[in-house]
Design a protein around this ligand. Structure first.
Ligand SMILES: *Cc1c(COP(=O)(O)O)cnc(C)c1O
Length: 395
């Protein structure tokens, strides 16, 4: 048995999404900007996809801008918020210490251009509060950007409350909802957001396509200059197969969200219960305020990389930290933001499951992880010292 439990990194393409996409690679290959009928058929598909995506997040079709993925949507939202603020002399941005690098690195770039950035502490439970945001807002705050669901630990932020604070203070608010859309309800109006990012490949759509919701009246800045595509805000011939696949995958994911959430939550509870039995382990992030499918554990005395390789050999695809940082030996910035010591943050394991996973697969994970942890601890000099009481246990 091989279990794919790394859905926060990417998901499989759903057969329905694939089927919806196929004609747009072959028969319907027109450029949606062309006036002839092949072009117009592509343009119709684009409009339908836009209406579908908009409908599911309770937006107007004209408020949806398709992008080349979640990172691009984050970049465009933040740069837009910064530019809108700068025109009014506002150059302060608020975010959190555990955002995705698509957000953090864009903020770093803006800092070099004279913006000031406040990164809020995410507390031990990995949840910022609306009060934290309210306390940080200043006269010159241009933008607040807080992710809806953290990609490494799965905690859900109080976006609607933060949005209400921002609206009251007249500050633009963006949320990176890449880990939320397709997994929990996302309603742009109920969430009080001005901009929201999503990515198709995190909900069984294709890779390299995403969308940015921008509320009517929010004037986006271009990240990609070109033609008049996406109401002039994102140049480049539209990826029609990708966009059609995104809409089909989202429609499927939203189809029976309540049932799927209950099902995945059930699997997750079983997973948490099973893995919590491992001595000197710790579930990272708030126990309750979390997305159904993502769990993150630390195991003392364990090195994340070896854990992943041995788990892969046992038939479990997991991750330590985000896919973007797992190539480096630095501990995850997310776990450090929770206040975990370096030596603990190194031994983290993220398992991200969703509606495609089965109970048998969860059983396989619960059997495999303790075996691998035991094996690694038995040959670890660090663990030996901990067990002999030469160094104190941290968890
Ligand atoms: C995956 C992810 C992104 C990046 O999306 P891409 O489509 O891979 O560019 C951004 N933010 C979060 C929270 C993510 O999980």
């Amino acid at each position: 048995m091989y279990v794919y439990a790394d859905n926060a990194a990417t998901t499989s393409l759903s057969p329905k999404a694939l089927e919806a996409m196929l004609p747009y690679f072959t028969e319907v290959y027109g450029n949606a900007s062309s006036l002839h009928s092949p072009g117009q058929r592509a343009a119709e598909a684009l409009l339908r996809a836009r209406e579908t995506v908009a409908g599911i997040v309770n937006a107007d079709a004209r408020e949806i801008y398709f992008t080349g993925g979640g990172s691009e949507a984050d970049n465009q939202a933040i740069i837009s918020g910064a530019m809108i603020g700068a025109r009014k002399g506002k150059k302060h941005i608020i975010s959190t210490a555990f955002e995705h690098h698509a957000v953090l690195h864009t903020l770093d770039k803006l800092k070099k251009q004279g913006f000031e950035v406040t990164l809020l502490d995410v507390h031990e439970n990995g949840v910022v509060t609306a009060q934290d945001v309210a306390d940080a807002i200043r006269e010159d705050t241009a933008l607040v950007t807080v992710m809806m669901v953290n990609n490494e630990i799965g905690t859900v932020q109080p976006i609607a409350d933060i949005g209400a604070v921002c609206r009251e203070k007249g500050v633009l608010f963006h949320t990176d909802a890449v880990q939320a859309v397709g997994h929990i309800p996302v309603d742009v109006k109920a969430l009080n957001v001005d901009m929201l990012s999503m990515a198709a490949h995190k909900f069984h759509g294709p890779k390299g396509v995403g969308a940015l919701y921008a509320r009517k009246g929010v004037v986006l800045a271009n990240v990609i200059e070109g033609g008049q595509q996406e109401r002039g805000k994102r140049g480049g011939t539209e990826n029609i197969p990708g966009i059609v696949g995104m809409a089909a995958a989202l429609e499927e994911a939203a189809g029976d969200l309540d049932r799927d959430m209950a099902y995945v939550t059930g699997l997750r509870e079983k997973l948490i219960e099973g893995l919590s039995k491992i001595p000197h382990s710790k579930l990272n992030g708030d126990r309750e305020k979390r997305v159904p499918g993502t769990v993150n554990f630390c195991f003392e005395g364990i090195e994340g990389e070896s854990l992943l390789l041995l788990l892969d050999a046992k038939g479990v695809a997991a991750s330590s930290g985000s896919a973007c940082t797992s190539g480096s030996l630095d501990p995850s910035h997310v776990l450090l933001a929770l206040g975990l010591p370096h030596e603990i943050a190194h031994g983290s394991l993220r398992l991200s499951i969703d509606r495609m996973n089965t109970e048998e697969e969860i059983d396989h994970i619960i059997r495999s992880v303790p075996e691998v942890v035991d094996y690694l601890r038995n040959m670890s000099p660090v663990w030996d010292e901990l067990e002999r009481g030469l160094t104190p246990h941290l968890i």
